[in-house]
Design a protein around this ligand. Structure first.
Ligand code: AMP
Length: 635
């Protein structure tokens, strides 16, 4: 038999969406693994912010809405996730953190009151964000995206989950599954893959404004046949809905404002724009201190030149109390799960603030385990949601397979090769179809040989049985259209059916495939799968680094143009050289991903990050000066 190329993959894709409090992302997993879907300008993140006009219509979403949030606090809606499925009484605790007002809506729900009197529900605001992600994904994939897996915090109750589903419906998206965020993060790392015994995983999620710790039990498929949905069990959750990187920014900002007050002899009065610019400076300083031992802060305010170096040790002393609060929540979660820290087998890090070295160190100490940090912590939830999406779509991603079927199932094709229809580790139930045709003129009967195994040739696989499809009218080779379907049901029984579409002739066979594997076979499969996993992980890393590196280059190119006059030529040349090194490595990796070691890409990216810090500071100082000049001119 001859394989017929499949129709374009992913005609009706299921994307993965991380609908976050601060930021949202959409991703897709296909045969090349999971990846974030970018917007037309290359942005990966959509800030979860929507601005409404005076008639209550959404007029700006994402970056555009966030950039002008300071000027339109009451009509710019952020953090709406905090209101999903909640009553006004529940939401009252969050009100002081929101820039807009809340009112009670129908069915005892908290709603947003717009300045001109309009009222919108949290579902409607979330639907605008989901709609933007849907549009972005549809454009990136060149097909309308209609189905998604969406993540929610593990502690979301039924009402909050239902509100998320309703938001999807309003956005024209069918939410095919709601997945817990920590489960998605674990999926992104392929946890559960080939595990022999249950594992306990802690997912530590520290973002900008919220902290969640979840303890999960990953139950291997071998102990849990046929139940893909209960593969991850949440043992306990804890957290703090107002703890995150924003607190670190505030600590630096308070330090700077306090020291400015000492120099001025009074507390400085800051305009909203100045405060925002200082907040950005504080955040940038914090981010620098994740990479370097010290960061310098320079600014001029009301005639005072403020200049100081903040060391990592000073910064760590500032943030120690809130890191301790996060660790307390971890201890609570462990207690609730009735586990000790040493019972945790793996720790997964999620959220931008887990890049802070002190956080990593303290988490590693507490759980006595080096945390997983290889994937971008801002993207890991969306990537995991995409893996779940691929499973729901019936696609088999080679990069991150979830298991249940111990060996791939396929059919013999021309030349003694094996076409795999259901790849190993697919979750049950699994279904796959593929088109074949004949390789000899006038063939009236086709033999179907069903095989199990990972190797490419029939001789190296295990035969499960053969059957014949007879009575096909004689046709030239390649004309018969033979559709073969494999269906593995929840208990692992394989049904193979074949239909010749032109004549309507059918044949079928039922087999229980995974009986009687020899120990050697299992060992060999494991060794092979291990080799694949490493290659796939490597590829995944390179792809991520290319995407992130491209973003850095774009950002730096724009800054270089904007502040060219403020840079001395020597420094400018230094930035351009580093950018050139990264660019040529990226181009090489784009041509052939395996030709570039991820470490080389990573260190070129780090070099560029390091060299460009000064440029960033110059850029911020310039915009601060401009703001101050504008404020002075206005007063
Ligand atoms: P998230 O809500 O997961 O997007 O996390 C956003 C938070 O992560 C913000 O407070 C960022 O300032 C913070 N963040 C991002 N990158 C870093 C970094 N390299 N070091 C420290 N904090 C970071």
């Amino acid at each position: 038999m001859t394989p017929v190329p499949p129709s374009p993959a992913g005609a009706d894709p299921v994307v993965g969406i991380d609908l976050g409090t601060t930021n949202s992302l959409v991703a897709l997993a296909d045969a090349s693994g999971p990846r974030i879907l970018e917007g037309p300008a290359g942005g990966r993140i959509v800030p979860s912010v929507v601005r409404y006009d005076e008639r209550g219509r959404p007029i700006a979403i994402g970056d555009e809405a966030r950039e002008h949030a300071v000027e339109h606090p009451e009509s710019t809606i952020s953090s709406v996730k905090r209101l999903m499925g909640r009553s006004l009484a529940d939401a009252e605790a969050d009100a002081p953190f929101l820039s807009y007002s809340l009112v009670e809506g129908e069915g005892d729900t908290a709603r947003v009151r717009l300045p001109e009197g309009g009222v919108v529900s949290a579902q409607e605001v979330s639907a605008v964000i989901l709609g933007e992600l849907k549009r972005r994904a549809s454009e990136a994939l060149g097909t309308e995206v209609r189905r998604a897996v969406v993540t929610v915090p593990a502690y979301f109750d039924d009402a909050q989950r239902q509100a998320t589903r309703d938001a999807g419906r309003l956005a024209g998206l069918e939410i095919v599954r709601i997945v817990n965020e920590p489960t998605a993060a674990a999926l992104a790392y392929g946890l559960g893959l080939g595990e022999k015994t249950p594992e306990t995983v802690a997912v530590f999620d520290l973002g900008g404004g919220t902290f969640d710790i979840s303890i999960l039990s990953v139950i291997p498929a071998s102990e849990h046949p046929g139940a893909s949905t209960d593969f991850f069990q949440v043992l306990s959750t804890a957290g703090d809905t107002h703890l995150g990187g924003d607190d670190a920014d505030r600590a630096i900002l308070d330090l700077v404002v306090g020291e400015l007050a000492d120099s001025l002899g009074k507390t400085p009065r800051l305009t909203a724009n100045q405060r925002q610019a200082l907040r950005l400076l504080a955040e940038r300083t914090k981010i620098t201190l994740s990479e370097r031992e010290e960061a310098s802060i320079d600014l001029s305010f009301a005639g005072v030149e403020y200049e100081r170096t903040l060391t990592r040790a000073e910064f760590e002393a500032l943030i120690d109390p809130w890191v301790e609060r996060a660790l307390d929540a971890c201890r609570r979660a462990l207690r609730d799960a009735k586990l000790g820290a040493s019972d945790i087998d793996r720790v997964v890090m999620v959220g931008g603030s887990t890049r802070i070295p002190l956080v990593r160190r303290r988490v590693a100490e507490l759980f006595e385990s080096e945390p997983y940090t290889a994937l971008n912590p801002d993207e890991v939830v969306a990537l995991g949601a995409a893996v779940q999406g691929a499973i729901m779509a019936g696609l088999k991603t080679d990069a991150l397979l979830l298991d249940v079927i111990p060996l791939s199932l396929g059919i013999e094709t021309v030349g003694g090769a094996v076409a795999k229809l259901v790849v190993r580790n697919s979750t049950l139930p699994a279904r796959a179809t593929e088109m074949f045709s004949t390789s000899v003129d006038g063939q009236t009967s086709i033999k179907l040989h069903v095989l199990q195994g990972e190797r490419e040739m029939v001789a190296d696989c295990r035969s499960l049985g053969t059957f014949h499809l007879r009575g096909i009218p004689p046709m030239p080779a390649g004309i018969p259209q033979l559709e073969v379907e494999f269906l593995v049901d929840a208990s692992g029984v394989l049904s193979v059916s074949a239909v010749e579409k032109r004549s309507g002739k059918r044949a079928a066979l039922q087999i229980v495939p995974n009986h009687g594997l020899s120990a050697e076979e299992v060992d060999r499969i494991e060794a092979e799968s291990f080799a694949h996993a490493r290659e796939d992980m490597q590829r995944h890393r390179v792809v991520d680094l290319i995407a992130n590196g491209r973003l850095d280059l774009k950002w730096i190119g724009e800054r270089l143009e904007k502040i060219a006059g403020d840079l001395d030529p020597g420094y400018r040349a230094e930035v351009e050289t580093s950018a050139g090194v990264l660019r040529s490595l990226i181009e090489q990796a784009e041509a052939d991903w395996s030709s570039v070691e991820p470490e080389r890409l990573h260190s070129a990216k780090e070099d560029l990050d390091r060299v460009s810090v000064r440029m960033h500071e110059i850029s911020i100082a310039k915009s601060l000066r401009e703001d101050a000049a504008r404020a002075d001119a206005g007063s």
